[in-house]
Ligand binder design. Sequence first.
Ligand code: NAG
Ligand code: NAG
Length: 343
Amino acid sequence: MAPLLNVIFTFSALCGSTVVSGILRGPRNVRLSSYNMDLVLSWDPPEGAAPNLLYTTGYTTNISLSHPYEDGCVNISALRCDFTDLNIPLSEYGKYTGRVRVQSATEHSDWVESNQITMDMNTIIGPPTVSLMSNGPTIEVSIEDPVFRISALRNAYSFITYNITFWKDGEKEKARSMSNIQQNRVVLSELDLWTKYCVQVQINTNWNITPSELSGPVCESTTSENTPWVAALVTFVVMAVVVIVVAIAVVYRKRMSYILCPNVSLPPHLKEQLMEPPSSFIYLAMLNSKPPEETYHQVSFITDGRPVVEEHPPEAAENSSSRQLDVTVNRGVHEETQIRIVD
Ligand SMILES: *[C@@H]1O[C@H](CO)[C@@H](O)[C@H](O)[C@H]1NC(C)=O
Ligand SMILES: *[C@@H]1O[C@H](CO)[C@@H](O)[C@H](O)[C@H]1NC(C)=O
Protein backbone atom coordinates (compact mmCIF):
# COMPACT_ATOMS: atom_id res chain seq x y z
CA MET A 1 0.00 0.00 0.00
CA ALA A 2 2.78 2.40 0.94
CA PRO A 3 4.71 1.98 -2.34
CA LEU A 4 1.55 2.59 -4.35
CA LEU A 5 0.78 5.79 -2.46
CA ASN A 6 4.35 6.81 -3.06
CA VAL A 7 3.96 6.32 -6.76
CA ILE A 8 0.76 8.34 -6.77
CA PHE A 9 2.38 11.19 -4.85
CA THR A 10 5.40 11.22 -7.12
CA PHE A 11 3.16 11.26 -10.17
CA SER A 12 1.11 14.03 -8.70
CA ALA A 13 4.19 16.12 -8.04
CA LEU A 14 5.51 15.50 -11.55
CA CYS A 15 2.42 16.35 -13.44
CA GLY A 16 0.87 18.89 -11.13
CA SER A 17 -2.44 17.07 -11.33
CA THR A 18 -4.83 16.25 -8.62
CA VAL A 19 -5.11 12.55 -8.31
CA VAL A 20 -7.84 10.88 -6.43
CA SER A 21 -7.62 7.14 -6.12
CA GLY A 22 -5.34 7.03 -9.15
CA ILE A 23 -7.83 8.82 -11.50
CA LEU A 24 -7.49 12.42 -12.77
CA ARG A 25 -10.47 14.51 -11.93
CA GLY A 26 -12.30 15.85 -14.90
CA PRO A 27 -13.13 19.45 -15.84
CA ARG A 28 -16.24 21.02 -14.35
CA ASN A 29 -19.06 23.04 -15.72
CA VAL A 30 -18.60 21.92 -19.30
CA ARG A 31 -20.84 23.86 -21.67
CA LEU A 32 -21.26 24.11 -25.40
CA SER A 33 -22.49 27.44 -26.72
CA SER A 34 -22.86 29.36 -29.93
CA TYR A 35 -22.68 33.08 -30.63
CA ASN A 36 -23.37 34.28 -34.17
CA MET A 37 -23.12 30.66 -35.35
CA ASP A 38 -19.77 29.77 -33.88
CA LEU A 39 -19.46 26.60 -31.75
CA VAL A 40 -17.46 26.90 -28.55
CA LEU A 41 -16.85 24.41 -25.76
CA SER A 42 -15.73 25.87 -22.46
CA TRP A 43 -15.12 24.49 -18.98
CA ASP A 44 -13.61 25.14 -15.60
CA PRO A 45 -10.55 23.29 -14.32
CA PRO A 46 -11.04 20.43 -11.87
CA GLU A 47 -11.44 21.45 -8.28
CA GLY A 48 -8.11 22.25 -6.64
CA ALA A 49 -6.19 21.55 -9.84
CA ALA A 50 -2.71 22.82 -10.42
CA PRO A 51 -2.30 25.34 -13.23
CA ASN A 52 -1.05 24.38 -16.70
CA LEU A 53 -3.20 21.30 -17.11
CA LEU A 54 -3.73 20.19 -20.66
CA TYR A 55 -7.12 19.36 -22.07
CA THR A 56 -8.35 17.47 -25.04
CA THR A 57 -11.80 18.01 -26.53
CA GLY A 58 -14.12 16.35 -29.00
CA TYR A 59 -17.52 16.92 -30.52
CA THR A 60 -20.29 14.89 -32.01
CA THR A 61 -23.26 15.60 -34.18
CA ASN A 62 -26.48 13.73 -34.38
CA ILE A 63 -25.61 12.87 -37.97
CA SER A 64 -22.46 10.85 -37.28
CA LEU A 65 -23.72 8.04 -35.07
CA SER A 66 -21.17 5.48 -36.24
CA HIS A 67 -18.22 7.61 -35.13
CA PRO A 68 -19.79 9.38 -32.23
CA TYR A 69 -16.95 11.77 -31.43
CA GLU A 70 -14.48 13.60 -33.60
CA ASP A 71 -11.35 15.25 -32.30
CA GLY A 72 -11.57 18.87 -31.37
CA CYS A 73 -8.75 20.85 -29.79
CA VAL A 74 -6.02 18.49 -28.50
CA ASN A 75 -3.55 19.11 -25.62
CA ILE A 76 -4.50 22.72 -25.07
CA SER A 77 -4.04 24.67 -21.86
CA ALA A 78 -6.87 27.14 -22.58
CA LEU A 79 -10.25 26.58 -20.94
CA ARG A 80 -12.18 26.84 -24.21
CA CYS A 81 -12.13 25.34 -27.64
CA ASP A 82 -13.67 27.12 -30.63
CA PHE A 83 -14.62 24.35 -33.04
CA THR A 84 -15.31 26.96 -35.72
CA ASP A 85 -11.55 27.62 -35.90
CA LEU A 86 -10.76 23.97 -36.64
CA ASN A 87 -11.83 23.75 -40.26
CA ILE A 88 -14.60 21.35 -39.34
CA PRO A 89 -17.59 21.16 -41.66
CA LEU A 90 -20.26 22.53 -39.33
CA SER A 91 -23.86 23.08 -40.32
CA GLU A 92 -26.10 25.96 -39.26
CA TYR A 93 -28.84 23.36 -38.72
CA GLY A 94 -26.64 20.78 -36.89
CA LYS A 95 -27.14 19.41 -33.39
CA TYR A 96 -23.87 19.20 -31.49
CA THR A 97 -22.52 17.90 -28.20
CA GLY A 98 -18.98 18.49 -26.92
CA ARG A 99 -16.74 16.69 -24.45
CA VAL A 100 -13.45 17.39 -22.73
CA ARG A 101 -10.97 15.60 -20.51
CA VAL A 102 -7.83 16.43 -18.66
CA GLN A 103 -4.82 15.06 -20.51
CA SER A 104 -1.44 14.21 -19.09
CA ALA A 105 1.47 12.32 -20.56
CA THR A 106 0.46 9.01 -19.09
CA GLU A 107 -3.06 9.51 -17.87
CA HIS A 108 -6.26 11.28 -18.57
CA SER A 109 -9.49 11.96 -16.78
CA ASP A 110 -12.84 10.64 -17.91
CA TRP A 111 -14.58 12.55 -20.61
CA VAL A 112 -17.05 15.11 -19.38
CA GLU A 113 -19.91 15.75 -21.83
CA SER A 114 -21.52 19.09 -22.47
CA ASN A 115 -25.08 20.02 -23.19
CA GLN A 116 -26.40 19.57 -26.71
CA ILE A 117 -27.20 22.55 -28.85
CA THR A 118 -29.02 23.00 -32.14
CA MET A 119 -27.23 25.75 -33.97
CA ASP A 120 -30.06 27.75 -35.55
CA MET A 121 -32.28 27.36 -32.54
CA ASN A 122 -29.75 28.06 -29.79
CA THR A 123 -27.10 30.33 -31.24
CA ILE A 124 -27.15 33.74 -29.64
CA ILE A 125 -27.68 36.29 -32.37
CA GLY A 126 -25.52 39.31 -31.78
CA PRO A 127 -26.80 42.87 -32.08
CA PRO A 128 -27.33 44.39 -35.50
CA THR A 129 -25.27 47.42 -36.46
CA VAL A 130 -27.47 50.50 -36.58
CA SER A 131 -26.72 53.83 -38.20
CA LEU A 132 -28.91 56.91 -38.33
CA MET A 133 -29.22 59.78 -40.77
CA SER A 134 -31.45 62.71 -40.00
CA ASN A 135 -33.29 64.58 -42.71
CA GLY A 136 -35.40 67.43 -41.43
CA PRO A 137 -38.05 66.06 -39.07
CA THR A 138 -37.28 62.44 -40.00
CA ILE A 139 -34.52 59.97 -39.16
CA GLU A 140 -33.57 57.12 -41.45
CA VAL A 141 -32.53 53.97 -39.61
CA SER A 142 -30.18 51.62 -41.50
CA ILE A 143 -29.76 48.15 -40.04
CA GLU A 144 -26.90 45.82 -40.84
CA ASP A 145 -27.21 42.18 -39.82
CA PRO A 146 -24.57 40.65 -37.57
CA VAL A 147 -21.93 38.59 -39.36
CA PHE A 148 -22.19 34.86 -38.73
CA ARG A 149 -19.15 32.59 -38.38
CA ILE A 150 -20.77 29.94 -40.53
CA SER A 151 -23.57 30.73 -42.96
CA ALA A 152 -25.36 34.09 -42.75
CA LEU A 153 -28.35 35.35 -40.83
CA ARG A 154 -30.59 35.35 -43.88
CA ASN A 155 -29.43 31.88 -44.93
CA ALA A 156 -29.97 30.34 -41.54
CA TYR A 157 -33.41 31.87 -41.02
CA SER A 158 -36.06 32.10 -43.67
CA PHE A 159 -37.90 34.91 -41.92
CA ILE A 160 -36.46 37.69 -39.82
CA THR A 161 -37.96 40.91 -38.56
CA TYR A 162 -36.61 43.91 -36.73
CA ASN A 163 -38.00 45.48 -33.62
CA ILE A 164 -37.02 49.15 -33.60
CA THR A 165 -37.32 51.04 -30.34
CA PHE A 166 -36.81 54.80 -30.31
CA TRP A 167 -37.19 57.55 -27.78
CA LYS A 168 -36.36 61.19 -27.15
CA ASP A 169 -32.95 61.38 -25.51
CA GLY A 170 -33.48 61.28 -21.75
CA GLU A 171 -37.04 59.92 -22.00
CA LYS A 172 -36.42 56.22 -22.47
CA GLU A 173 -39.42 55.35 -20.31
CA LYS A 174 -41.61 56.83 -23.08
CA ALA A 175 -39.95 54.71 -25.78
CA ARG A 176 -42.03 53.67 -28.78
CA SER A 177 -41.51 50.44 -30.72
CA MET A 178 -42.05 49.36 -34.30
CA SER A 179 -42.06 45.58 -34.60
CA ASN A 180 -42.31 43.13 -37.50
CA ILE A 181 -40.22 45.42 -39.70
CA GLN A 182 -38.84 43.45 -42.62
CA GLN A 183 -36.86 46.13 -44.47
CA ASN A 184 -33.43 47.09 -43.20
CA ARG A 185 -34.06 50.78 -43.95
CA VAL A 186 -36.82 52.48 -42.06
CA VAL A 187 -37.72 56.15 -41.81
CA LEU A 188 -38.96 57.41 -38.46
CA SER A 189 -41.23 60.29 -39.32
CA GLU A 190 -43.35 62.87 -37.53
CA LEU A 191 -40.58 63.54 -35.04
CA ASP A 192 -40.12 66.83 -33.26
CA LEU A 193 -37.76 69.29 -34.92
CA TRP A 194 -34.36 69.98 -33.39
CA THR A 195 -34.68 67.01 -31.02
CA LYS A 196 -32.24 64.22 -30.25
CA TYR A 197 -33.66 60.72 -30.66
CA CYS A 198 -32.04 57.41 -29.71
CA VAL A 199 -32.65 54.07 -31.39
CA GLN A 200 -32.13 50.43 -30.47
CA VAL A 201 -32.84 47.48 -32.72
CA GLN A 202 -33.43 43.81 -32.03
CA ILE A 203 -33.77 40.95 -34.51
CA ASN A 204 -36.50 38.36 -34.24
CA THR A 205 -36.30 35.13 -36.25
CA ASN A 206 -38.78 32.44 -37.00
CA TRP A 207 -36.70 29.70 -35.41
CA ASN A 208 -34.30 30.97 -32.77
CA ILE A 209 -35.70 30.70 -29.27
CA THR A 210 -34.57 34.18 -28.28
CA PRO A 211 -34.42 37.50 -30.10
CA SER A 212 -31.01 38.91 -30.88
CA GLU A 213 -29.08 41.04 -28.44
CA LEU A 214 -30.17 44.66 -28.49
CA SER A 215 -27.99 47.01 -30.47
CA GLY A 216 -26.33 49.66 -28.37
CA PRO A 217 -28.33 52.89 -28.40
CA VAL A 218 -27.34 55.30 -31.16
CA CYS A 219 -28.63 58.85 -31.20
CA GLU A 220 -29.16 61.56 -33.79
CA SER A 221 -30.81 64.96 -33.82
CA THR A 222 -33.55 66.04 -36.13
CA THR A 223 -33.09 69.44 -37.75
CA SER A 224 -35.34 72.02 -39.38
CA GLU A 225 -37.63 71.30 -42.31
CA ASN A 226 -35.01 72.37 -44.80
CA THR A 227 -31.94 70.56 -43.77
CA PRO A 228 -28.57 72.18 -44.38
CA TRP A 229 -27.33 69.17 -46.29
CA VAL A 230 -30.18 69.41 -48.80
CA ALA A 231 -29.30 73.06 -49.41
CA ALA A 232 -25.65 72.08 -49.64
CA LEU A 233 -26.48 69.32 -52.09
CA VAL A 234 -28.54 71.65 -54.28
CA THR A 235 -25.76 74.24 -54.23
CA PHE A 236 -23.25 71.58 -55.11
CA VAL A 237 -25.30 70.30 -58.03
CA VAL A 238 -25.85 73.81 -59.39
CA MET A 239 -22.15 74.60 -59.06
CA ALA A 240 -21.24 71.34 -60.75
CA VAL A 241 -23.55 72.07 -63.67
CA VAL A 242 -22.10 75.58 -64.06
CA VAL A 243 -18.55 74.24 -63.98
CA ILE A 244 -19.38 71.57 -66.55
CA VAL A 245 -21.03 74.10 -68.88
CA VAL A 246 -18.06 76.45 -68.60
CA ALA A 247 -15.64 73.60 -69.17
CA ILE A 248 -17.54 72.47 -72.25
CA ALA A 249 -17.64 76.04 -73.52
CA VAL A 250 -13.86 76.36 -73.11
CA VAL A 251 -13.05 73.00 -74.63
CA TYR A 252 -15.40 73.43 -77.59
CA ARG A 253 -14.92 77.19 -77.99
CA LYS A 254 -13.40 76.80 -81.45
CA ARG A 255 -16.07 74.44 -82.69
CA MET A 256 -18.86 76.63 -81.35
CA SER A 257 -17.55 79.80 -82.95
CA TYR A 258 -17.19 77.82 -86.17
CA ILE A 259 -20.85 76.82 -85.99
CA LEU A 260 -22.05 80.32 -85.13
CA CYS A 261 -19.86 82.24 -87.61
CA PRO A 262 -18.65 79.81 -90.26
CA ASN A 263 -15.67 81.13 -92.21
CA VAL A 264 -16.40 78.97 -95.25
CA SER A 265 -16.94 80.98 -98.41
CA LEU A 266 -19.98 80.18 -100.51
CA PRO A 267 -19.49 78.69 -103.95
CA PRO A 268 -19.16 81.58 -106.48
CA HIS A 269 -22.29 80.71 -108.47
CA LEU A 270 -24.41 80.76 -105.30
CA LYS A 271 -22.92 84.08 -104.32
CA GLU A 272 -23.72 85.56 -107.74
CA GLN A 273 -27.29 84.39 -107.53
CA LEU A 274 -27.64 85.94 -104.11
CA MET A 275 -26.14 89.27 -105.25
CA GLU A 276 -28.24 89.54 -108.47
CA PRO A 277 -31.16 91.95 -108.33
CA PRO A 278 -34.26 89.95 -107.64
CA SER A 279 -36.25 89.07 -110.69
CA SER A 280 -39.41 87.82 -109.01
CA PHE A 281 -42.48 89.55 -110.42
CA ILE A 282 -44.14 89.93 -107.05
CA TYR A 283 -41.03 91.33 -105.50
CA LEU A 284 -40.65 93.87 -108.29
CA ALA A 285 -44.31 94.83 -108.09
CA MET A 286 -43.90 95.39 -104.39
CA LEU A 287 -40.82 97.51 -104.96
CA ASN A 288 -42.48 99.67 -107.66
CA SER A 289 -45.93 100.11 -106.19
CA LYS A 290 -46.62 103.40 -104.55
CA PRO A 291 -48.31 103.45 -101.25
CA PRO A 292 -52.08 103.54 -101.90
CA GLU A 293 -53.60 106.97 -102.02
CA GLU A 294 -56.08 107.74 -99.37
CA THR A 295 -58.86 110.06 -100.41
CA TYR A 296 -61.25 111.54 -97.97
CA HIS A 297 -64.53 113.17 -98.80
CA GLN A 298 -66.62 115.12 -96.52
CA VAL A 299 -70.28 114.20 -96.93
CA SER A 300 -73.15 115.85 -95.23
CA PHE A 301 -76.84 115.04 -95.55
CA ILE A 302 -79.78 117.21 -94.87
CA THR A 303 -83.18 115.56 -94.65
CA ASP A 304 -85.39 118.53 -95.59
CA GLY A 305 -85.15 117.62 -99.29
CA ARG A 306 -82.25 119.94 -99.94
CA PRO A 307 -79.26 117.89 -99.43
CA VAL A 308 -75.93 119.53 -99.68
CA VAL A 309 -73.16 117.36 -100.82
CA GLU A 310 -69.87 119.00 -100.58
CA GLU A 311 -66.82 118.50 -102.72
CA HIS A 312 -67.73 115.35 -104.54
CA PRO A 313 -69.47 114.76 -106.65
CA PRO A 314 -70.22 118.41 -107.28
CA GLU A 315 -72.97 117.56 -109.83
CA ALA A 316 -74.93 115.64 -107.24
CA ALA A 317 -76.09 118.88 -105.67
CA GLU A 318 -77.89 119.88 -108.90
CA ASN A 319 -79.96 116.67 -108.96
CA SER A 320 -81.01 117.10 -105.40
CA SER A 321 -84.63 117.78 -106.44
CA SER A 322 -85.03 114.11 -107.34
CA ARG A 323 -85.00 113.39 -103.63
CA GLN A 324 -82.81 110.48 -104.34
CA LEU A 325 -79.11 110.70 -104.01
CA ASP A 326 -76.46 108.32 -105.14
CA VAL A 327 -73.19 108.96 -103.54
CA THR A 328 -70.12 107.12 -104.47
CA VAL A 329 -67.37 107.54 -102.01
CA ASN A 330 -64.07 106.58 -103.32
CA ARG A 331 -61.98 105.35 -100.51
CA GLY A 332 -58.68 104.60 -102.04
CA VAL A 333 -57.76 102.32 -104.88
CA HIS A 334 -59.48 99.14 -103.87
CA GLU A 335 -62.65 100.11 -102.16
CA GLU A 336 -65.76 101.78 -103.27
CA THR A 337 -68.69 102.33 -101.07
CA GLN A 338 -72.03 103.16 -102.45
CA ILE A 339 -74.51 104.91 -100.31
CA ARG A 340 -78.01 105.30 -101.53
CA ILE A 341 -80.19 107.64 -99.62
CA VAL A 342 -83.90 107.62 -100.25
CA ASP A 343 -85.98 110.30 -98.71
C1 NAG B 1 -1.21 15.10 -26.64
O1 NAG B 1 -0.50 14.75 -25.49
C2 NAG B 1 -0.36 13.34 -25.30
C3 NAG B 1 0.34 13.11 -23.98
O2 NAG B 1 1.42 13.98 -23.81
C4 NAG B 1 0.43 12.74 -26.49
O3 NAG B 1 0.51 11.37 -26.33
C5 NAG B 1 -0.30 13.09 -27.79
O4 NAG B 1 0.48 12.65 -28.88
C6 NAG B 1 -0.51 14.57 -27.88
N1 NAG B 1 -1.27 14.80 -29.04
C7 NAG B 1 -1.03 15.80 -29.91
C8 NAG B 1 -1.93 15.92 -31.09
O5 NAG B 1 -0.12 16.57 -29.73
C1 NAG C 1 -39.74 45.31 -29.14
O1 NAG C 1 -38.79 45.84 -28.25
C2 NAG C 1 -39.35 46.49 -27.12
C3 NAG C 1 -38.22 47.07 -26.31
O2 NAG C 1 -37.16 46.18 -26.19
C4 NAG C 1 -40.19 45.51 -26.34
O3 NAG C 1 -40.78 46.15 -25.25
C5 NAG C 1 -41.24 44.92 -27.24
O4 NAG C 1 -41.96 43.92 -26.54
C6 NAG C 1 -40.61 44.30 -28.47
N1 NAG C 1 -41.66 43.87 -29.36
C7 NAG C 1 -41.60 42.70 -30.01
C8 NAG C 1 -42.76 42.39 -30.87
O5 NAG C 1 -40.65 41.95 -29.90
